[in-house]
Design a binder for this molecule. Structure first.
Ligand SMILES: [Zn+2]
Length: 703
C-alpha cells in the first residue's frame, strides 16, 4: 500500500535503505481556522447528510467532515465548492462504499504498478550489466515519476474523497482495535493512510536537501589506511587501502580476527581512528586525503613520505592537525532541523521519533526500548563473553563488540564452491531455468514452484544483485544477479538465493493476497527475514551437505552477539534524537558533547560489565546516525524478527507452504503479522532461548 514505488534493494545483504517520504500518518491539522466559514459549513452538512442517509451514518459523517476539513485549504475551493464536494462524494450506504473501495483499490494498484514499471525501466541502464552508464542515464535512474502523486491527488480532490469516506487511525487504534478488523477494514485503513499528511513542497524539499547533504558527507568519509602510523612509526595496512567509515572500518576489524600476526594491532588502531571520528578530534586534513601520514594516538600529522595514490600535485605549504570542526554533528543537526519542520503537519505523530516508531515501524518506542534492553541486560552475556575471551586467549577489548569468530569453516573451500556453481549456472538464463527446481527443494509443490517461477524474471546485475518486486499483478518481479564471464560464483549464487527469496515473498504478498492495498509486509525486516531463511539453505540447493549442528550453534551465538552490539548502537541513536528534540537550539559542538556522553552512558550501563572497561564511545560510530533519520533501531528489531521467523520455519519442517502462509498476511502491524506467523508477538524471547541452548550445548554454562 503506497503511492511510491518501493523495491527491496539489498545493497549489502539485508540492509535495505529507507525510502524517504514514504511514511503515512494519521490526522494532520492544517490550520483551517483561517477559513472562517468551515465550522458553519460542517455543521450544516452534518445535519443534511444525516437527514439523507440516516442516524446509522452519524459517526462516519462526523469523521469524514472532520478529516476533510483538517486538510482543506483556501486554494481547494470556497464554501460553496466545499459543500458541493462533500454532498457529491459522501458514500452514504454500504453498497456505494464497497464500490468506491474496490475502484480505488484497483486503480491504486494500477498507479503503483505502472509507476514501478517506469522506475524499473528508467533504472535499467544503471542497474543492469548492459554497457557503460552515460551521465544522462543517472538522471533517468534518479527520476521518481510518483514524486508528486500525493500532491496531485489533493489537487484533483481524490485524496479528499478518501478522507471523506475512510478512517484515519492512530497507532494506538491499529494496535488495540486492529486485531478485530476485517481484511477490508485493514485495507481501508491503509488506503486512508496514503493521504494522512499534506506536507508543503518546500518542507519536503528541505528534508530531501538535508538528506542529500548528509549522505554526501558520509559517502566521502574515507580513511587512507596505509597512512596510519602507529606508536612505533610502523605502517600496519597495505598501500591503496581506502576504507569508508564506518562500514569498511568495522568490517576490517572483523576480517582482522583471521590475521594472527598483525590483526590485534590493526584492530586497536582502527578503534583509535573511530574514537577520533566520534569525538571529532580527528585532524580535518586526513579525512579522505592520502597525502598525509597520521598517528591516531598522538594526532601527529606529517606530509606522506610514501605516496600511494595518484593525488595530483596539490601543494600544502601550511597545514595543521586542526580537528574537524564538528561537521559530523552539523550534518546530523541539519537532518533534525529539517525533520522538525514536518512536525506541525503531523499533530498525532508530532516528531520524527513518533513518525519512525508509530508509522514506519508500527511498534511503540517504549516497546522497542524494552526489547532492546532485554537483549543488552541478558544474563547470558557474561557467559558468552567468557567464551569469546577463551577463544581469543586474551581479555576482551572494546572493539570485540564486533567479534566475528563464531563462523565455522564449512566443509568446502570458496574455490570448490565457485567451481560447483559456475558449472551449474554458466549464465543468468541457466539460473532462471532452474528456479522451479530450486523452489521444489524448498518444499513448494511442482505447480506452485512453476507458478512463482513464472512471475520472476532474472536479469544480469551491474552490482552484486538486488530484487525489484512488481506493484501490480500483471507485472513480474525482477531478480538481479551477478554472473561473471566464467559463470556464476558462489558469492553471487548465495546472493541470488537471497534475492529470489524477496521475489517469492513479493509474488505471494501481491498476487496471492486478498486485498492488494495490503500488499507487502509490515516493514523491510520481514522481507529480509524471509529472504534470509532461503539464503541459509543455499548449500542444500547445490546438493551439498547442510551445515552441521556445531555450525548452527555457532551461528546462533554470532546472531546474539551481533544483536547485542547493534542494540546499543540503536539505543544511542534513540537517545541522541531525544536530546536534539530537548535542545532544539543546540550547536554542533554541544551535540557532539551530548552524543559522546550518551554513547558513554549506554556503554557504562550495558557493556562495561561485559568488557570490564568504562567510558567507551564506539557505539556512536555508525554513519546511519548522521544521515538516516533514526533508522538504526530497524537493525536489532530485524535480527529479532529474523530469528522468530527462522525458528518457526525450523519447527514447521517444510519451508515452502509455511513461507506462503506467512507472506500472504500482508501489510498489517508487525505484531499481528508475527502472531499469525508464529503465535507470538515480535520479541526477543526466541533469540534468547536459542542462545541459552547454544551455550549449554557448548558447555559454557558450567562456570
Ligand atoms: Zn535483502
Amino acid at each position: 500500500m503506497r503511492l511510491f514505488p518501493v523495491f527491496a534493494l539489498c545493497v549489502s545483504l539485508c540492509s535495505a535503505s529507507t525510502v524517504f517520504g514514504e511514511t503515512t500518518m494519521p490526522a494532520v491539522t492544517v490550520d483551517n481556522r483561517s477559513l472562517p466559514w468551515m465550522k458553519g459549513a460542517c455543521e450544516k452538512l452534518q445535519t443534511q447528510l444525516i437527514a439523507k442517509y440516516g442516524e446509522s451514518q452519524r459517526t462516519r459523517v462526523e469523521r469524514g467532515l472532520r478529516q476533510v476539513a483538517e486538510f482543506w485549504r483556501s486554494g481547494d475551493g470556497d464554501e460553496a465548492s466545499f459543500e458541493d464536494f462533500v454532498l457529491s462524494n459522501f458514500a452514504g450506504d454500504q453498497s456505494t462504499l464497497n464500490t468506491m473501495f474496490n475502484r480505488f483499490q484497483g486503480l491504486v494498484e494500477q498507479l503503483n504498478g505502472h509507476m514501478q514499471e517506469i522506475t524499473r525501466e528508467f533504472r535499467q541502464q544503471a542497474d543492469l550489466d548492459a554497457g557503460p552508464v552515460l551521465p544522462f542515464d543517472d538522471l533517468f535512474a534518479g527520476y521518481d515519476p510518483s514524486a508528486h502523486a500525493v500532491d496531485d491527488f489533493f489537487n484533483n480532490k481524490l485524496a479528499f474523497v478518501v478522507l471523506l469516506n475512510f478512517p484515519l487511525t492512530t497507532l494506538e487504534e491499529r494496535l488495540t482495535q486492529g486485531p478485530n478488523w476485517s481484511r477490508q477494514q485493514w485495507a481501508e485503513v491503509r488506503l486512508a493512510q496514503m493521504f494522512g499528511k499534506r506536507i508543503p513542497a518546500e518542507v519536503n524539499l528541505e528534508v530531501a536537501r538535508a538528506a542529500a547533504e548528509s549522505d554526501s558527507y558520509i559517502s566521502q568519509y574515507n580513511l587512507w589506511m596505509f597512512h596510519l602510523v602507529d606508536q612505533n612509526g610502523q605502517r600496519l595496512f597495505p598501500p591503496k587501502l581506502r576504507l569508508l567509515s564506518h562500514w569498511n572500518l568495522r568490517d576490517e576489524i572483523k576480517a582482522d580476527y583471521a590475521d594472527h600476526e598483525h590483526g590485534l594491532a590493526k584492530q586497536r588502531c582502527i578503534q583509535q581512528v573511530m574514537e577520533r571520528i566520534i569525538t571529532q578530534t580527528i585532524p580535518g586534513i586526513v579525512v579522505n586525503n592520502p597525502r598525509f601520514d597520521w598517528n591516531p594516538w598522538t594526532n601527529e600529522v606529517r606530509l606522506a613520505t610514501e605516496p600511494d595514490a595518484d593525488s595530483g600535485n596539490t601543494q600544502y605549504g601550511n597545514f595543521t592537525n586542526a580537528p574537524e570542526p564538528s561537521t559530523r554533528y552539523a550534518m546530523l543537526l541539519k537532518t533534525f532541523q529539517a525533520s522538525r519542520k514536518v512536525d506541525p503537519y503531523s499533530p498525532t505523530a508530532p516528531s520524527l521519533i513518533a513518525r519512525r516508531f508509530d508509522e514506519d515501524r508500527e511498534i511503540p518506542e517504549q516497546r522497542v526500548r524494552e526489547m532492546l534492553e532485554q537483549v543488552v541486560t541478558s544474563p547470558l552475556l557474561p557467559k558468552l563473553a567468557a567464551l569469546i575471551q577463551a577463544r581469543l586467549g586474551r581479555p576482551l577489548e572494546p572493539f570485540d563488540v564486533w567479534y566475528d569468530g563464531f563462523r565455522s569453516r564449512g566443509a568446502y573451500t570458496e574455490a570448490q564452491l565457485d567451481a560447483i556453481v559456475a558449472k551449474k549456472y554458466p549464465t543468468a538464463g541457466a539460473f532462471q531455468k532452474d528456479i522451479p527446481n530450486i523452489l521444489m527443494k524448498f518444499g513448494f509443490s511442482p505447480e506452485k514452484a512453476q507458478y512463482v517461477a513464472d512471475n520472476i524474471v532474472v536479469d544480469p546485475a551491474r552490482g552484486s544483485g538486488h530484487a525489484m518486486g512488481a506493484s501490480m499483478r500483471s507485472a513480474k518481479a525482477h531478480l538481479r544477479t551477478r554472473v561473471e564471464s566464467t559463470g556464476m560464483n558462489y558469492k553471487g549464487f548465495n546472493i541470488a538465493i537471497h534475492e529470489m527469496g524477496h521475489n517469492v515473498e513479493q509474488t505471494f504478498s501481491l498476487n496471492e493476497i486478498d486485498d492488494t492495498l495490503l500488499e507487502g509486509v509490515p516493514n523491510t525486516a520481514f522481507t529480509e527475514a524471509l529472504a534470509m531463511v532461503l539464503q541459509g539453505h543455499d548449500l542444500e540447493i547445490l546438493g551439498l551437505a547442510a551445515p552441521d549442528e556445531q555450525t548452527n550453534t555457532l551461528k546462533t551465538l554470532n546472531d546474539f552477539w551481533n544483536t547485542y552490539e547493534i542494540s546499543g548502537v540503536a539505543l544511542v541513536d534513540m537517545d541522541v534524537w531525544h536530546w536534539m528534540y530537548d535542545h532544539p537550539e543546540a550547536s554542533p559542538q554541544q551535540l557532539r558533547d551530548a552524543t559522546v556522553a550518551i554513547a558513554k552512558n549506554i556503554w557504562n550501563k550495558y557493556y562495561a560489565r561485559v568488557f570490564g572497561k568504562r567510558d567507551v564511545v564506539l557505539l556512536a560510530v555508525y554513519s546511519h546516525m548522521i544521515d538516516s533519520f533514526l533508522y538504526l533501531p530497524d537493525y536489532p528489531i530485524g535480527h529479532l524478527i529474523a530469528f522468530q521467523v527462522e525458528e518457526q520455519m525450523r519447527n514447521a519442517g517444510a519451508i515452502g507452504p509455511e513461507f506462503e502462509r506467512m507472506a500472504k498476511m500482508g501489510h498489517v502491524t508487525p505484531d499481528m503479522w508475527m502472531i499469525h506467523a508464529t503465535g507470538k508477538p515480535v520479541g526477543a524471547e526466541a533469540l534468547l532461548s536459542a542462545t541459552d541452548k547454544a551455550l549449554t550445548s557448548l558447555g559454557a554454562m558450567k562456570n
